[in-house]
Design a protein around this ligand. Structure first.
Ligand code: UT7
Length: 330
């Protein structure tokens, strides 16, 4: 087990005001129903952002909580890394808008594109910046406004996603055993078309036809993605545990990416972690992509399920494909 170079000093989260239930979605005229959504995904409701609830405002709200909990002032943040697939603007990075909103006058800021693995990848990048001496204090955010990029006529996708932001402050560890004990990340771009936005980028720019067909929105081959998610999350939990020289018995809580309760159950079963040591909130938020893990972590801390001395296993999987894992001692 390596000696930690970075630890999580504070967490926060923010979700939009409006709650939309499965019945609300069915009432939009879509051929779906609460029973199907609950049985196949575990999702009961999600929060959807109003126009004034931007990615920047959600991310900033979550970040203020995380900084307050960490006892860190805006001027102490060296770098902001924002994992997202739904930025407020295509240029510049939303992280820069968050930097301005928070008044982090000394901070470098950039977005990281790893879809649902966005927070996990960002945390590993932050750890590396700290290890390399470029930063002491890094604000690591996972935030999404997926309602802007979902096709509200496509029942295969629109029922799954939600909006929200989670933030964490990573700081240089100064001795002790608290911090990131191991990490793992991988990608496979051979199957990008199973989960992507086909148009709206350079290859097929936005046009009235693209917009009419909804080709700028998320498209997913759900069943195929499901299989890859189960396989990759299982591999990720194995690798992070091996690297930390720990077993499932050492893990106080598994916090997996929240896409589907059936994927979460399969991941926990593979890892040998019983349900009472698995955090699930997909029922209340749906899949908020890069935001699921930091939102779940903040809630787990608020509920007393993660406290000083807890060892937590994180695992993520998303479009790309990208996947990865972390073991962190609090
Ligand atoms: O965030 C990281 C990446 N994302 C994921 O990890 C998501 C991975 N995939 C999944 O979670 C699941 O595959 C879904 C929840 C997306 C779909 O569940 P499924 O059990 O794999 O269903 P399916 O796609 O095999 O569809 C089963 C049936 C189909 O009807 P037929 O062909 O059997 O007649 C679908 O058309 O369910 C139908 N269906 C729906 N029915 C009611 C699909 N979406 C809906 C819906 N409401 N919203």
């Amino acid at each position: 087990m390596k000696r930690p170079v970075a630890y999580i000093a504070g967490t926060g989260h923010a979700v939009p005001r409006r709650v939309v239930t499965n019945d609300d979605i069915a009432a939009m005229g879509l051929d779906t129903n609460d029973a199907w959504i609950v049985e196949r995904t575990g999702i009961r409701q999600r929060h959807l952002a109003a126009p004034d609830e931007t990615l920047t405002s959600l991310a900033a709200q979550a970040s203020r909580q995380a900084m307050e909990q960490a006892g860190v002032l805006p001027g102490e943040i060296d770098v902001i890394v924002l994992g997202t697939a739904s930025p407020d603007h295509l240029l510049p990075a939303t992280a820069v808008e968050v930097q301005a909103a928070l008044g982090c006058s000394r901070a470098a800021a950039f977005d990281l594109g790893a879809a649902c693995s966005g927070w996990l990848y960002s945390a590993i990048v932050a750890e590396s910046l700290i290890a390399g001496g470029s930063a002491d204090t890094v604000l690591v955010i996972g935030a999404e406004k997926l309602s802007s990029i979902v096709n509200w006529k496509d029942r295969n996708t629109c029922v799954l996603f939600g909006d929200g932001a989670g933030a964490t402050v990573l700081r240089r560890a100064r001795g002790g055993h608290r911090g990131i004990l191991s990490s793992y990340m991988r990608s496979d771009g051979a199957l990008t078309q199973l989960l992507w936005r086909p148009a709206g980028g350079n290859v097929e720019p936005l046009s009235p036809e693209v917009m009419a067909e909804g080709r700028h929105c998320i498209q997913m081959a759900g069943r195929e993605v499901f299989k890859h998610a189960v396989r990759s999350m299982a591999e990720a939990t194995d690798r992070a545990l091996d690297a930390a020289r720990l077993t499932a018995n050492d893990i106080d809580l598994l916090i997996p990416h929240q896409a589907n309760v059936r994927i979460i159950d399969a991941t926990a079963k593979h890892a040998g972690i019983p349900p009472e040591r698995v955090f699930v909130n997909v029922d209340r938020y749906g899949n908020t992509s890069a935001a699921t893990i930091p939102i779940a972590l903040n809630e787990a801390i608020q509920q007393g399920r993660v406290k000083e001395g807890s060892t937590v296993l994180f695992a993520a999987f998303g479009a790309g494909f990208t996947w990865g894992s972390l073991v962190v001692r609090f």
